[in-house]
Design a protein around this ligand. Structure first.
Ligand SMILES: NC(=O)c1ccc[n+]([C@@H]2O[C@H](COP(=O)([O-])OP(=O)(O)OC[C@H]3O[C@@H](n4cnc5c(N)ncnc54)[C@H](OP(=O)(O)O)[C@@H]3O)[C@@H](O)[C@H]2O)c1
Length: 405
């Protein structure tokens, strides 16, 4: 047998799949349709015993070890909605010498430090392009194309459900509650809507993008994220009067060359910005760098088939022994994370006591009315971060104007 044939034989992938929900089933169907993948799902591990499954029952398992200890399985694909269980599955698989494909941004944002170390020691690989922006191959592009020091910022709409909700509010005049219900019915919103609408999901994805873009892994607790669950008709009206839309935006950017900052906030977006026309469940990512200015990636950020196809891409990448080299982490001086930056925000409030929590350095616009009030002013990101739990309990809404220094 020639060397090439031996390599091909070796690289045939036998998959142990964890999770058969939206994405797991999407992947299953995508794999059935793709003749060239040369990868087969041997077993599927799920949780609930009496749930009907559209798959041969001999494939269904409930004990993780039936996949993790199966010598024939050489790739674990983890697509479950429980971050703690996912961590145990992924860690065990890597320690058992099996490479892993995962879509679990929550688990990855919390455990990548350890999982990178395990990859180093065991020489197996963990790929997770599906974890950020669904079908848009952002992570692999950051690893392979933006593997130099020119990158300045990554800004994006990273959460399909909140973008879908905001689209319905702005385009069709729906209430927030009606739009959220519709997003859940269509399967865009995760089982716990707070994960999407309060910016957790975007924040976990941003942490992963920041690692591959800038080389520093930031603890989720250290990142300020605020979402859209408090948006009101007043805020929509304000945005409309200024010819803007509100979008939930995640941004990581360099500060003075040696530091970088990151946050998730609703943003007042004007018509000349690339993300202005990113609607429905789509995602859009702007990558900005020295010399090349801005580049824009756009595509479906969620759903069974878009995400399933991203998982397939990681599976076929493993067929060719692809692994992330974590180039920014391993070969560059990692920048320090800072929240010591000033941003300009729109703050809508009702009571002065709510406003008093915010430490504005300057205020450039103020409105006081019978139903609500707002200010436009500059404050430190660190001030917002200190208030991050309290803010969700106040009758306020915050949106970034786009100004930062
Ligand atoms: N939905 C999207 O568009 C999307 C996009 C990108 C990334 N993701 C990520 O992909 C993952 C899966 O999302 P999903 O939308 O497919 O979730 P989902 O529809 O809620 O399905 C979750 C699946 O995980 C299984 N499961 C839960 N805990 C388990 C455990 N301990 N052991 C084995 N199986 C377990 C469930 O089993 P039962 O069937 O028995 O309940 C179910 O099949 C999540 O990490 C999510 O963040 C989703």
């Amino acid at each position: 047998m020639t060397d090439i044939m031996q390599t091909e034989k070796k690289s045939k992938l036998v998959i142990g799949l964890f999770g058969f929900g939206v994405v797991g089933q999407g992947l299953y169907k995508v794999l059935q349709d793709v003749q060239t993948a040369d990868a087969t799902i041997k077993s599927i591990c799920v949780k609930q015993k009496n749930k009907p499954r559209a798959v041969d029952s001999v494939m269904i398992k409930y004990d993780p070890d039936e996949l993790l200890q199966d010598p024939e399985v050489n790739l674990i694909v983890e697509l479950i909605d429980d971050a703690d269980a996912a961590y145990e599955i992924v860690k065990t698989a890597l320690l058992n010498g099996k490479s892993v494909v995962s879509g679990n941004k929550n688990m990855l944002a919390h455990h990548l430090k350890e999982l990178i170390e395990i990859q180093r020691n065991t020489n197996v690989a963990l790929l997770y392009d599906a974890s950020a922006c669904g079908s848009i191959p952002v992570i692999r592009n950051l690893e392979e194309y933006y593997d130099n020091d020119l990158l300045q910022s990554i800004t994006g709409i990273l959460n399909g459900s909140s973008n879908f909700i905001l689209t319905k509010i702005f385009q069709q005049g729906w209430t927030y509650q009606k739009a959220l219900k519709n997003a859940q019915e269509l399967g865009f919103a995760e089982s716990n809507p707070s994960f999407d609408v309060d910016g957790f999901d975007s924040m976990f994805k941003l942490i992963i993008l920041a690692l591959h873009g800038f080389g520093t892994l930031v603890d989720p607790e250290e990142v300020f994220h605020y979402g859209i669950s408090n948006v009101s008709d007043h805020d929509i009206l304000y945005a409309r009067e200024k010819s803007k839309k509100i979008k939930l935006v995640a941004q990581v950017s360099k500060v003075n060359g040696k530091k970088f900052t990151m946050f998730v906030l609703p943003k007042l977006v004007s018509a000349d910005e690339y993300i202005y026309n990113v609607e429905e469940e789509y995602n859009g990512v702007i990558i900005e760098g020295q010399f090349y200015d801005k580049q824009f990636m756009f595509g479906k950020g969620a759903g069974a088939f878009p995400t399933g196809s991203a998982v397939l891409s990681d599976i076929t990448a493993r067929k060719h022994n692809y692994r992330y080299e974590y180039k920014k982490l391993n070969f560059f001086a990692s920048p320090l994370y800072t929240r010591d930056i000033t941003i300009e925000v729109y703050l809508r409030y009702h009571d002065l006591v709510d406003l008093s929590h915010f430490d504005f350095e300057s205020i450039s616009e103020k409105y006081t009315g019978p139903e609500y009030n707002y200010v436009i002013g500059r404050l430190k990101l660190d001030n917002l971060h200190k208030l991050k739990t309290l803010i969700r309990k106040l009758n306020v809404f915050i949106a970034w104007t786009g100004k930062i220094n």
